[in-house]
Design a protein around this ligand. Structure first.
Ligand SMILES: Cc1cc2nc3c(=O)[nH]c(=O)nc-3n(C[C@H](O)[C@H](O)[C@H](O)COP(=O)(O)OP(=O)(O)OC[C@H]3O[C@@H](n4cnc5c(N)ncnc54)[C@H](O)[C@@H]3O)c2cc1C
Length: 397
């Protein structure tokens, strides 16, 4: 392909994912000439694999509190100006059927492919050009903007939007490009780590739980003052399931993690009642009625010696209840970027404008989506941030 002329485009968006496409279509609708460059062979790979292939595209209850960032106020402006209702309206205009799964999480009825199709149709309508298989080799500042050397030629543009995502799932095209570019232009990049990721166990927990892989139960996971009540899944390497993925974003090596194994009731009350009703029943039988049987059995073999209920005195019942409601688990690590849904940390928001996503250091440079130090909970929040930040930049870039 011949090198492009300096005047071809007004905006170059690096990354054809959720944030990049939203930014491109918004800028395109304003009459800006927009080029999206994507180094993978396909657009929106993460959208396609999201939500188990049905894309949990937003959460109707999105609030700034659902995001982690060193600067918690940063996300407010963009989220207020492009809301879940705005994205739902777009989805409905395209006739895409959806449903609410739980807790405000909206999923496509059919396939994530429809969301990618919708974004590409909107981009085409807005005159946006999208190039796949295009890698950026170098970016530098020139008079009036940026010169970007790519495998498809050199582009000179007044606005450069970095929407290259985080480090999770490298096999889907994830790269550290955005962070490197940010550093190159003098930005601070806050330390990155895997988020919404299964936790690994070692020692007794690992040895005693490994063969229960596949067992799931509702728990409330607590770490560093945050708590999430949802299902936990035991895996052959450790713990997963929504409650664990959520709390993983708040956990760091060495941090205490506690699980309430009976999140819907008062464990002490329950044990006392059972002691009265069936004094001859063993603790493992009593627990096997409220927890998965194999898990209850294993708890009693390892952490809670089982006897007939009548043999426990009051302080012992209280001690058992305390363990059931605040079971300390020592996680040894996470499964890392290979399976993480998101990357925590990233481009420091204190050097970006919260209303436009523009760099405070380099005019014309924008950072949006996951590359920025804003990370949502599980449940559609990350896409809502991608749409909102993409829209904010698209309105001005
Ligand atoms: C398995 C999985 C399931 C998920 N499910 C959900 C869900 O249901 N709901 C939800 O809200 N969030 C979900 N997420 C998180 C969500 O996918 C991301 O938060 C979101 O995609 C971030 O959007 P983005 O545009 O910033 O980055 P991305 O969507 O990752 O897009 C970045 C794009 O930039 C491209 N790129 C990278 N480097 C370069 C480069 N040097 N040159 C050119 N292109 C480049 C990448 O190939 C990619 O296409 C899920 C994530 C995973 C991994």
């Amino acid at each position: 392909m011949p090198a492009s002329r300096a005047t071809d485009y007004d905006v170059l968006v690096v990354g054809g994912g959720a944030a990049g496409l939203m930014c491109a279509l918004t800028a395109g609708r304003r009459g800006r000439r927009v080029l999206v460059v994507e180094h993978a062979n396909r657009i929106g790979k993460k959208i396609l694999m999201s939500g188990g292939g049905r894309c949990n595209f937003t959460n109707t209850g999105t609030l700034p509190e659902n995001f982690l960032s060193a600067n918690p106020h940063y996300c407010k402006s963009a989220l207020t100006r492009y809301t879940p209702a705005d994205f739902i309206a777009l989805v409905e205009r395209h006739g895409i059927a959806y449903h609410e799964k739980e807790l405000g999480q909206l999923f496509c009825d059919e396939s994530s492919k429809l969301i990618v199709r919708m974004l590409l149709d909107e981009c085409a309508d807005a005159g946006v050009r999208v190039e796949t298989g295009c890698s950026i080799q170098q970016a530098s500042r020139v008079d009036g903007g940026f010169s970007i050397a790519s495998t498809h030629g050199t582009f000179v543009v007044p606005s450069l939007v970095v929407a290259s995502g985080g480090l999770s799932i490298p096999s889907m095209g994830a790269s550290g490009f955005g962070y490197e570019l940010a550093r190159q232009f003098g930005h601070t990049v806050l330390p990155t780590r895997a988020g919404l990721v299964p936790l690994t166990l070692s020692g007794t927990h690992s040895e005693r739980l490994q063969d229960l892989s596949g067992v799931a139960l509702p728990v409330q996971a607590t770490c560093n003052g945050q708590r999430f009540r949802n299902f936990m899944l035991i895996t052959h390497r450790g713990l997963s399931g929504p409650s664990i993925l959520q709390i993983s974003s708040y956990w760091q090596p060495g941090d205490a993690l506690h699980l309430n194994l009976l999140p819907d009731g008062d464990a002490h009350e329950h044990l006392r009642e059972q002691q009265l009703v069936r004094p001859a029943a063993e603790l493992r039988t009593v627990l096997g009625d409220v927890l998965p049987k194999r898990f209850a059995q294993r708890l009693c073999e390892t952490w809670l010696p089982s006897r007939p209920m009548r043999q426990y005195n009051e302080p012992q019942l209280r001690a058992i209840a305390a363990i059931l409601q605040r079971w300390p688990v020592v996680a040894s690590g996470t499964e890392g970027y290979r399976t993480a849904e998101v990357t925590l940390g990233g481009v420091d928001t204190r050097e970006l404008s919260s209303s436009t996503m523009q760099s405070r250091r380099v005019p014309g440079l924008y950072f949006i989506g996951e590359v920025v130090d804003v990370t949502g909970w599980l449940g559609g929040y990350n896409f809502q941030w991608a749409w909102a930040s993409g829209h904010a930049a698209g309105e001005v870039a």
